[in-house]
Design a binder for this molecule. Structure first.
Ligand SMILES: *Cc1c(COP(=O)(O)O)cnc(C)c1O
Length: 351
């Protein structure tokens, strides 16, 4: 089914056409080629960080970051209950165990609940800046210092929020703030870590091309075509973020006071516009009938079948997952579009 107002839509223009066209014309279509290094350097610089390592997805970026930090079997990683499943799976992919911590009212990891979950096996805290809200990084960095832990930020939904952890991993999937179609990138200030991530991303080839591999690694490389697309998007990120900011402002004002709708705290950057609503299933159906696509909030990690043995704690994340949804959020969404969308919400609650 296609919607008049999809929940997200990449904003692709002439510059994307041009750079991808040039990449094709150059013949550099796999993971060698100038666009990859150019994108890595530009993305790192944009974030005020020294090194970038581009990967095939955000999930791959998280996996490579954990692997490069030496996280493996026997280790535990603190992961939020309220996140996209890839945050937790990356931990499993390296053979470690995710340990979940509930969220606070901003949907982010509740920093007051982390300490109780730290054990002698904990190696990493993985904060996720959910829907573009920055976690309390001061508190997280302090805990990491106190317990000698590493911090891997899952920044998949928060391009534009400056990372401060040891590594930050971004997704460049089509629905993210900027996109490569599929893709991801790790950034860090530590040269050895960057080198290790680049090594593990590309099958741990030795420098002499001898086909001797000293460890099991991954093929998580980004292609030059993806990097060309991502470079063009990065050139426009300020404009993309400012359009998203305007979308947030409009929704905030227009939805305030509609009975049945509860606004969420402000965001640092807007990825998806999230709200809590009464009679969610009926509202979603009503909006769908009117061409408006919505998505439900994440389901808590400990409610996912592969993590049932983590127990069935009472969770704030579970309450959010029952009445939250997000509305169409993409740069080409106009105020007129938003007026129509909000109009359908208003008419649902005040027929
Ligand atoms: C999108 C997303 C990912 C995964 O990124 P992919 O590029 O789809 O692999 C990881 N974590 C969060 C929080 C995400 O939103």
């Amino acid at each position: 089914m296609s919607y008049a107002y999809p929940v997200s839509k990449p904003w692709l223009g002439d510059r994307e056409q041009q750079l991808v066209g040039e990449a094709i014309a150059s013949g550099w279509i796999s993971s060698q080629g100038p666009e990859i290094k150019r994108f890595e350097a530009a993305f790192a610089e944009y974030n005020g960080v020294a090194h970038g390592v581009a990967c095939s997805s955000g999930t791959a970026a998280l996996t490579v970051a954990l692997a490069a930090l030496g996280v493996g079997p026997g280790d535990e990683v603190i992961v939020p209950e309220f996140t996209m499943i890839a945050s937790a799976w990356a931990v499993n992919y390296v053979g470690a165990t995710p340990v979940f911590v509930d969220c606070g009212d901003d949907l982010n990891l509740d920093v007051t609940k982390i300490e109780a979950r730290i054990t002698s096996r904990t190696a990493v805290i993985m904060p996720v800046h959910v829907y573009g809200r920055r976690c309390d990084m001061d508190a997280i960095m302090e805990l990491a210092y106190d317990y000698n832990l590493r911090v891997v930020e899952d920044s998949a939904e928060s391009h534009g929020v400056r990372p401060v952890g040891d590594v930050a991993c971004f997704s460049l999937f089509a629905n993210k703030i900027i996109t490569a179609g599929e893709g991801g990138i790790c950034i860090t200030n530590e040269p050895r870590l960057a080198e290790q991530m680049a090594h593990l991303r590309a099958m741990a080839f030795t420098k002499d091309h001898s086909f001797l591999h000293k460890k099991i690694a991954y093929n998580f490389r980004m292609t030059n075509l993806q990097a060309a697309l991502a470079s063009a998007q990065l050139e426009r990120i300020d404009e993309i973020l400012s359009r998203r900011r305007a979308i947030e402002k409009y929704y905030d004002a227009a939805l305030a006071g509609i009975p049945g709708v509860t606004l969420m705290p402000p965001r640092d950057v807007l990825w998806m516009y999230d709200v809590r609503v009464e009679r969610r299933a009926q509202l979603q159906a009503h909006l769908a009938e009117n061409g408006v696509e919505t998505r439900l909030f994440f389901k808590p990690m400990s409610r996912q079948p592969m993590y049932f043995d983590a127990g069935w704690p009472e969770l704030k994340a579970a309450a959010f997952s029952e009445d939250g949804l997000y509305l169409p959020t993409y740069p080409e969404l106009t105020e007129a579009d938003q007026e129509i969308i909000v109009g359908h919400i208003r008419s649902f609650y005040r027929p």
